[in-house]
Ligand binder design. Structure first.
Ligand code: FES
Length: 574
């Protein structure tokens, strides 16, 4: 259908010649838009998560201007709108508590307004999944433009990686190996430009994976935030979304079982964040695609780790971009991916990356000589995690992947903070630290505290890692032998709630096993006297969240948000 004859969704607002049409157009004309922009051209919503409280996304106002240029050039009508923004480093108790709220904001904004296609501008950890979840539940043509990573941090002649080096340097201070002044000086050196975290943390993982899923222009995820090519790609994305509206290339034609399988496999190859497990499960739920925690394990067993980025490796996102970025990784993965998966370019994933090259084989390894034969995320099962748990194998210590030791239990994060530096804490490097009540309902919001600090006395003895297990998440920038996302969580009475200090726990990553060595009889007796914590949340969004959030193995979405409601609103605006 040609531009002249095709009728879009927005015509139900701007194409009417009655009183309602007058109202819809007249108020918009107050912004200076002339008559001819209401001539039936596609209206493109630019869903912007820029906020001064979310420094990783603050430059998206400028990125939006580049998108608008592309939309105008292609004959569309761009309209930018704000949504909630989730500043990972600024929100209490955790940005994850609000991922589902932001997704509702995105979904309802898209549906309620006269929009034909959507450009999603995100970057910081939870903003990308929240936007994709919301857009999937409406199912208009939609694409992602991420804000891009910060430039490499630079400090005392060395690179500093967002997050990963915070954990490393803070442990050095606790061990007495670094002064507080040097630690303070490193702050301004780590975050020295606009952009999201420059390690392969959750932000870089989710933006790369949105490209792997087919939702972002080829090669755009890794472009540094301050590189002119980011603005060029935003301009091109503005042009492309207009074409997608004409082609009726809706987001659920891109998010399919095949594209999700590709995404999971690419995540293994890039050493991506464990957080993507809950995000991809939630996205699949919105898209109505069956996906299980077990899929993450079975799909990645034969995927090698190719990308040498912190926290699994050495380099940072700027290096990754110069080394060829995601197209080079996808091309290298070859037949491990569904190359015929459709993408927003209108071409397949394989066509998009054809001929992409690796320019630095220290940063992107080949399949024949990978950084590690094993991919990144492993799914564990056992009597301690009947619905599963995850561990990032690529960021764990090889010697701890098979380990048996006595539990030392912290009932809450506050108890951990109060005791972890106690010189008399009765732990050795063989102990297994157990943290409870940090799952979706228990904290609430499933915070990134699973990478518990190593007890100070062990740090001073030279320990740098130990087995730690919890129902929490950990930052995608974190590392260590850390078992996460134990389901069901302690707050709903999962077996984790019943663990006591001194219980023996065995971890065997090769066998995918996590076992609590306590008899069923003893566990039944403990369960009889178990009481959930009263968190005291009686109203508002947090109450809604606690009442409806699903467990980590289901994506920690709100149960009533699973699925899609489409884009139709039957009633006029009044
Ligand atoms: Fe925003 Fe890391 S804190 S991306």
């Amino acid at each position: 259908m040609t531009q002249k004859t095709k009728k879009f969704r927005s015509s139900h607002w701007y194409g009417k010649l009655d009183r309602d049409g007058f109202i819809h157009r007249s108020w918009m004309k107050s912004q200076g838009f002339p008559d001819h922009v209401f001539d039936g051209r596609p209206v493109i919503g630019i869903c912007n998560s820029a906020s001064e409280l979310n420094p990783c996304n603050v430059h998206l106002w400028e990125v939006a201007e580049a998108v608008k240029r592309g939309v105008w050039e292609a004959g569309g009508f761009p309209l930018e709108f704000p949504t909630m923004s989730l500043g990972e480093t600024q929100m209490r108790p955790t940005a994850m508590l609000f991922r589902n709220l932001m997704s509702m904001d995105v979904e309802e904004s898209i549906r309620a307004y006269p929009i034909d296609g959507v450009v999603l501008l995100g970057g910081c950890d939870k903003t990308t999944p929240a936007q994709i979840m919301g857009a999937a539940s409406v199912n208009l043509p939609s694409l992602v433009i991420s804000g891009g990573p910060m430039l490499n941090g630079k400090y005392q002649g060395k690179d500093l990686g967002s997050g990963t080096d915070v954990w490393r340097l803070s442990e050095a201070v606790r061990a007495g190996e670094m002064s507080a002044q040097d630690f303070f000086a490193a702050e301004g050196c780590m975050s020295r430009s606009h952009g999201h975290c420059n390690t392969m943390g959750t932000a870089s993982t989710m933006t790369n994976l949105s490209e792997a899923m087919g939702l972002q222009l080829t090669g755009s995820a890794a472009i540094p935030a301050v590189d002119a090519r980011r603005y060029q790609s935003a301009h091109r994305a503005g042009q492309r979304i207009v074409e997608m509206v004409y082609e009726e290339l809706n987001i659920l034609k891109i998010i399919t079982r095949k594209s999700l399988e590709n995404t999971i496999r690419v995540n293994a190859a890039i050493g991506g964040s464990t957080n993507v497990v809950v995000h991809l499960l939630a996205i699949a739920g919105r898209a109505g695609i069956p996906l299980t925690l077990a899929d993450f394990d079975t799909l990645t067993r034969d995927v090698p780790l190719l990308v040498n980025l912190q926290p699994s490796g050495q380099y940072l996102m700027e290096d990754f971009f110069y080394a060829g970025g995601l197209p080079a990784v996808i091309e290298e993965l070859g037949d491990l991916l569904h190359r015929d998966a459709l993408t927003i370019t209108g071409k397949t994933l394989g066509e998009n990356v054809k001929g992409a090259k690796i320019y630095n084989d220290e940063v992107i390894f080949s399949r024949t000589k990978p950084l590690n034969q094993h991919g990144s995320t492993v799914v564990l099962t056992g009597n301690l995690c009947p619905q599963g748990a995850v561990i990032k194998r690529s960021a764990a210590s090889e010697h701890l992947l098979t380990h048996r030791g006595p539990a030392y239990v912290f009932e809450t994060i506050e108890e951990l903070k109060a005791k972890i530096d106690d010189p008399d804490l009765p732990v050795t490097s063989d102990s297994i630290l157990v943290l409870k009540n940090c799952g979706p309902k228990g904290y609430p919001g499933m915070p990134e505290v699973g990478n518990m600090p190593i007890p100070k006395k062990l740090l001073q003895q030279g320990s740098t890692d130990m087995v730690r297990i919890s129902d929490a998440r950990m930052s995608g920038t974190a590392y260590g032998t850390v078992v996460l996302h134990i389901s069901p969580e302690a707050a709903v009475g999962g077996p984790l709630a019943l663990v006591k200090t001194g219980d023996m726990i065995s971890l065997d990553v090769q066998k995918r096993s996590l076992q609590l060595e306590v008899t069923d009889k003893e566990l039944a007796s403990r369960r009889a006297s178990w009481q959930p914590l009263d968190l005291g949340f009686k109203r508002g969004y947090v109450k809604l969240y606690i009442d409806h959030v699903t467990q980590a193995d289901q994506g920690a979405d709100l149960d009533f948000l699973v699925g899609s409601s489409g884009d139709v609103v039957k009633r006029e605006s009044h």
